[in-house]
Design a protein around this ligand. Structure first.
Ligand code: SF4
Ligand code: SF4
Length: 135
């Protein structure tokens, strides 16, 4: 059994197709939708936790890629630039999963991509633009 958080990027041409249905029915995968931004006839993004037998998981990812859906590991989507970070702590107050966290008593900020659900709150909160969204 494998379990990963991934971001699916749908081009406008395929955004209305029932990909999640096929992942469940054809590849026996367990899906937990963490975030969705799907607009009819426009590009869409979906953040998922996807779990299942490794062979089925790999086949499901291959199915998505073969239909034009790009898949990106979630930890690659939100990128924290430590050098640009001023350690102000604003993001750590609003991060719902403590992916961005203030370590005490050192009072230094750290980022754990495994905990991040790509909600985007930190992007708006950061005055130094030290957090970026990468596709
Ligand atoms: S995108 Fe959301 S979960 Fe991820 S680090 Fe930023 S605030 Fe936290
Ligand atoms: S809001 Fe930006 S500058 Fe402040 S701690 Fe977070 S990443 Fe660093």
């Amino acid at each position: 059994m494998v379990k990963h958080k991934i971001v699916l990027l749908f081009p406008a041409t395929v955004v209305e197709q029932p990909f999640l249905y096929h992942l469940v029915k054809d590849y026996n995968l367990i899906i937990n939708v963490l975030k969705a931004n799907i607009n009819p006839r426009k590009e869409g993004t979906l953040v998922l936790e996807l779990a299942g037998d490794k062979e089925n998981y790999d086949s499901g990812i291959h199915f998505l890629e073969s239909r034009g859906v790009k898949t990106v590991p979630l930890e690659q989507q939100i990128v924290w630039n430590e050098e640009r970070c001023t350690q102000c702590g604003a993001c750590t107050v609003i991060c719902p999963t403590s992916a961005l966290e203030m370590i005490r008593p050192e009072m230094t900020v750290t980022f754990n991509g495994e905990k991040c659900i790509a909600c985007g709150h930190c992007l708006k909160a950061c005055p130094a633009r030290a957090v970026e969204e990468h596709y």
